[in-house]
Design a protein around this ligand. Structure first.
Ligand SMILES: CC(=O)N[C@@H](CCC[C@H](N)C(=O)O)C(=O)O
Length: 378
């Protein structure tokens, strides 16, 4: 069966997942594709490993932006694909390969069928961390082409293809990474009384952290602490001198984020006293919540219902996912929506296989929406 250009692009990108701010091959691939398009219709600039592309409108009164993220995740792929990752230990397990292919599809459409307004396409590095959106927004390159409104999507494994889900207001949570290093005293496994075992200290801390959510946060508010990685020790018969926890915090309010961090700090102090060790906390990167512009989102939802009979619009609940797209929305009105991609494995799973038919659905929805949006201003 022949595959469309943008499915083929998605498959090519799927094979070269790269960490945040190291998307060198990905950037090259996108630039090579852009070089084949009629050069007189657009301008481009690179910013770190990202790319900004401005497609000229016929009679521009404003700039409408579309953002796609670019980085992969440190996951060893276990899909059934013949086009699996060629980068050992890295995988596009959050759909950014789909997002970029969709971005190129929308861009290509408007290069050939310009609308009145200018369009800015943002290929943004490092969404999974440490975050490319904020420094990109602060860059001179972005400042010169600052858009008037901005939009993005994220694939959603749980919805069928042809479904779009979103809501006005808060869609994704505030985030903060959480890294805790514990240093005690190593020793022989047979003499625990002469050591301070950081595997035991770290284990206590992991379970105590869960009590912050269940005991310190209003049950009607929502918060998450996930410890995704524990490292400690060197060998089965050596008491571990060091241990490290790596995780993430999610909340729907900045007050809850402050409260969670205060409680974590208190518990860590308790572990230091209880286990006679030293501990250091590093909050890594933190993202602003994704807060969809209420009026624009409601207008989009109405427009989908009224104009796209083949698309099912779901008014969804907010999720504890994070997205540095939230930073763009703190200054520029717009919204993000979920795109149904129908796969039994969730985001960040080594077996996720999003349905590629979602690519054409997204290109069609967004090209029609931008055309309509631009006509509203005319
Ligand atoms: C859509 C998505 O899955 N985004 C990530 C963003 C992670 C930011 C940061 N590394 C953190 O873990 O806090 C997510 O995990 O929600």
């Amino acid at each position: 069966m022949s595959v469309s250009t943008f499915v083929r692009i998605r498959r090519d990108l799927h094979q070269i997942p790269e960490p945040g701010f190291a998307e060198f091959k990905t950037q090259r691939y996108l630039l090579d594709y852009l070089e084949q398009l009629p050069a007189e219709r657009f301008e481009l600039k690179t910013w770190k490993t990202g790319i900004l592309v401005k497609v000229a409108g016929r009679n521009p009164k404003r700039t409408i932006a579309w953002r796609a993220d670019m980085d992969g995740l440190p996951i060893t792929e276990e899909t059934s694909y013949p086009f699996r990752s060629r980068h050992e230990g890295y995988m596009h397990a959050c759909g950014h390969d789909m997002h970029m292919a969709i971005g190129l599809g929308i861009l290509t459409h408007f290069v050939h069928h310009p609308i009145d307004d200018d369009l800015l396409f943002i290929f943004q590095p490092a969404e999974e961390g440490p975050g490319g959106a904020k420094p990109m927004m602060e860059s001179e390159e972005f400042g010169e082409w600052r858009p008037d409104c901005i939009f993005a999507l994220h694939i959603a494994p749980e919805y069928p293809v042809g479904h779009i889900a979103t809501k006005p207001g808060i869609l994704f949570a505030n985030t903060s990474e959480l890294m805790i290093d514990l240093v005690g005293k190593g020793g022989h496994a047979a003499f625990p009384h002469k050591a301070n075992d950081m595997v035991v200290a770290a284990s206590h801390l992991v379970t105590q952290l869960q009590s912050v959510i269940s005991r310190n946060i209003d049950p009607l508010d929502s918060a998450v602490i996930t410890v995704g990685k524990i490292e400690g020790g060197t060998r089965q018969n050596i008491i571990a001198e060091k241990a490290r926890l790596e995780g993430t915090i999610r909340t729907f309010s900045t007050d809850s984020m402050t409260r969670v961090k205060d409680r974590i700090e208190a518990l860590v102090k308790g572990v230091e006293a209880g286990f006679e060790c030293k501990a250091e906390i590093d909050y890594g990167c933190g993202y602003a919540q994704v807060y969809n512009h209420e009026e624009m989102t409601l207008q989009f939802m109405d427009w989908v219902r009224g104009n796209l009979p083949d698309v099912t619009l779901v008014h969804c609940a907010e999720a504890m996912t994070g997205e540095d797209f939230g930073f763009f929305l703190t200054e520029i009105p717009g919204f993000l929506f979920w795109l149904g991609a129908d796969t039994p494995y969730g985001l960040h799973h080594s077996k996720i296989e999003p349905d590629e038919q979602a690519i054409e659905v997204a290109i069609d929805v967004v090209t029609r929406y931008f055309t309509w949006l631009s006509d509203q201003q005319a």
